[in-house]
Design a protein around this ligand. Structure first.
Ligand code: PMT
Length: 222
């Protein structure tokens, strides 16, 4: 039986893929299914924590007991996170958030032209994780790093640049990380690391949460 170590604590988790509209019928998105984030939500619930799950596109059933808030774009996710961040103890950023969105959204369906090429100007979205990490009274902040190569190096760099408490790095590719039932996680924090290896996302979520709880409680009661 779970010891309910997160009873009385509020955990905000982002999950799934954001969608960035090009016109009324097209958007830019990614392969995230929400499986990793929803598995984390279930792991937190099993530890007695209160869960706010802010989810981009996902077809998964809502974890029973979580407060699910569906959102569409990176901007919607940013606004929902900021609206709910007060009194959050732990923030886990599992969502695959678009880094760029079309600079302008066409109000009518874009038509084909005689030109064989089309360029679409893009602009940066807000880095949600970066903004949370900058808050003066921030929660224990856990990021993810999705990398196709040099996973550990990029993850250490992200941990330090964004001043996170912890980062879970996963190698991603066509059949890896995104959308599959399994994942491979390497977890890093200032002064330590643990390779959780390859496994089902449900099992990795429990192992990752174990590390989060240990570091979080240690920070509260050094
Ligand atoms: O949903 P699944 O199919 O189960 O797949 C899980 C996953 C592969 C999507 C997940 O394990 C994962 O790696 N999520 C992070 C994906 C990602 O966008 O990584 P990144 O390295 O580009 O971003 C780094 C961190 O910044 C992430 O915590 C991300 O949530 C956050 N971010 C990124 C951009 C942005 N505008 N705002 C953010 O908060």
């Amino acid at each position: 039986l779970s010891p309910h170590r997160l009873k009385g604590y509020k955990v905000l988790i982002t999950a799934g893929a954001t969608r960035e509209d090009i016109d009324p019928v097209r958007f830019i998105s990614n392969r995230s299914s929400g499986k990793m984030g929803y598995a984390l939500a279930n792991a937190v619930l099993a530890e007695g924590g209160e869960v706010i799950l802010i989810s981009g596109n996902s077809v998964l059933p809502p974890p029973i007991g979580a407060q699910l808030m569906p959102v569409y774009s990176a901007q919607d996710m940013y606004e929902a996170v900021m609206f709910n961040i007060e009194n959050v103890d732990i923030f886990i950023s599992t969502a695959a958030v678009a880094d760029y969105r079309p600079a302008q959204v066409a109000t009518q369906k874009m038509k084909k032209t005689v030109q064989s090429e089309l360029s679409l100007p893009l602009e940066r979205t807000t880095d949600i994780l970066g903004e949370i990490a900058k808050l003066p009274q921030r929660p224990f902040t856990v990021g993810f790093a999705a990398e196709t190569h040099d996973v550990a190096n990029y993850a250490w760099e992200k941990l330090h640049r964004k001043k996170l408490n912890m980062i879970a790095a996963n190698p991603v590719g066509k059949n890896q990380g995104f959308d599959s039932d399994e994942n491979t996680l390497l977890v890093l924090w200032d002064g330590g690391e643990q390779d959780l290896g390859y496994g089902l996302k449900q099992d990795l979520a429990i192992d990752l949460l174990e590390l989060v709880i240990k570091r979080f409680l240690l920070e509260k009661n050094p």
